[in-house]
Design a protein around this ligand. Structure first.
Ligand code: IPM
Ligand code: MG
Length: 364
């Protein structure tokens, strides 16, 4: 199993190191992971002047799966989006046609009071946000900042989706719902935007092939409220690139911390890109305090989706659950009475459970 490891910027490096530890601990007994590290993001810009170096893209084309930490640095604020560190990641997703971004939002019962929301609201949250990743405002042309006819500068981005792009993500959404609670909520803004009128029309049409899935539609503004008000109503949410980006950060709080949210980006075939939903958190980078569990849970998604290793995926998830039950907490999910651990100690604790095959003793 060939894996490209792209730690990227900021805490991306720290959390990826822990995810790699977990993968290493699973190797043996017929499992071999060949991991090759490469640069992306600001490191790419600093080293070869490109956020997605040609060598990195070449490696990513050749492997079965990609494990990524994060891209983005404060200096991006002064760079055009097309030259920023995050652009390396966007180009990678697009170059490999990884259009279906799975962002499962699961609240571990141990983290019931880590959320800023009331426990009775978030208890039992278990949903999947499926974000389209190759279209929308992120890639639509024309785009840019130019001087208009009146001599004033204006910024332009284009919200754009083709029928086939909507069709393929809708199918992924319905299939995912069939494997879960058979409910799909499509989120759009079809009351205002033509792109989204087409979105709703195509999703509705695709839905006729999936009579066993209950399809609903919400406007994105209403959906953002519903997520906070009554999140348990959701099973699978399918939405576009921009709305999915925003809603998944909001939904992170349902799981206690964005440090708990993994993601998988898939296209046609089994190749996937696995990364935590969180960013590079420059404010805490280099201090060994970030939560590595989103990165570690992304490894579980990799095992499941790219390598069909369901047993191993479930073992990693169970190990995460077990260290949480034992009271291990990084700063973002800390609560009085628990054992505060660093990024690397959290990674070590997960590995220890995987190696010993047993859980730790509860401390809180
Ligand atoms: C995400 C991130 C990225 C995005 C950034 C880093 C470009 O916010 O994966 O959610 O906007 O897609
Ligand atoms: Mg985001």
């Amino acid at each position: 199993m060939k894996i490209a490891v792209l730690p990227g910027d900021g805490i991306g490096k720290e959390v990826t190191a822990e995810a790699v530890k977990v993968l290493r601990s699973l190797a043996g007994a017929g499992l071999a992971f060949e991991m090759t590290e490469a640069i992306i993001g600001d490191e790419g810009i600093q080293t070869v002047g490109d956020a997605l170096p040609a060598k990195t893209l070449e490696l990513c084309r050749a492997v079965d799966a990609i494990l990524l930490g994060g891209t983005g640095v404060p200096a991006d604020e002064h760079r055009p989006p097309s030259e920023g560190a995050g652009n390396g990641l966007l180009r990678l997703r697009r170059a490999l046609s990884l259009y279906a971004n799975f962002r499962p939002v699961l609240l571990y019962p141990e983290l019931l009071d880590a959320s800023t929301l009331k426990p009775e609201v978030v208890e039992g949250v278990d949903m999947l946000i499926l974000r389209e990743l190759n279209g929308d405002l992120y890639f639509g042309e024309p785009r840019g900042i130019s001087v208009n006819a009146a001599g004033e500068r204006e910024g332009i981005n284009t919200m754009r989706y083709t029928e086939s792009e909507i069709d393929r993500i809708a199918h992924v959404g319905f299939k995912a719902a069939q494997k879960r609670g058979r409910k799909l909520c499509s989120v759009d803004k079809s009351n205002v935007l033509e792109t989204m009128m087409l979105w709703r029309e195509v999703v509705t049409r695709v839905g006729k092939d999936y009579t066993d899935v209950e399809l609903t539609h919400l406007y994105v503004d209403a959906a953002s409220m519903a997520l906070i008000r009554n999140p348990r109503q959701f099973d699978v949410i399918v939405t576009g690139n921009v709305f999915g980006d925003i809603l998944s950060d909001a939904a992170a709080m349902l799981a206690g911390s964005i440090g708990m949210l993994p993601s998988a980006s898939l296209g046609v075939g089994n190749k996937g890109l696995y990364e935590p939903v969180h960013g590079t958190a420059p404010d805490i980078a280099g201090r060994n305090i970030a939560n590595p569990l989103a990165a570690i849970l992304s490894v579980a998604l990799m095992l499941r989706y790219s390598f069909s290793l369901e047993n191993e995926a479930a073992r990693v998830e169970a190990a995460v659950r077990s260290v949480l039950a034992a009271g291990y907490r990084t700063a973002d999910i800390m609560r009085p009475g628990c054992r505060r651990v660093s990024t690397s100690e959290m990674g070590d604790a997960v590995v220890a459970v995987l190696v010993a095959g047993s859980s730790r003793q509860a401390v809180c």
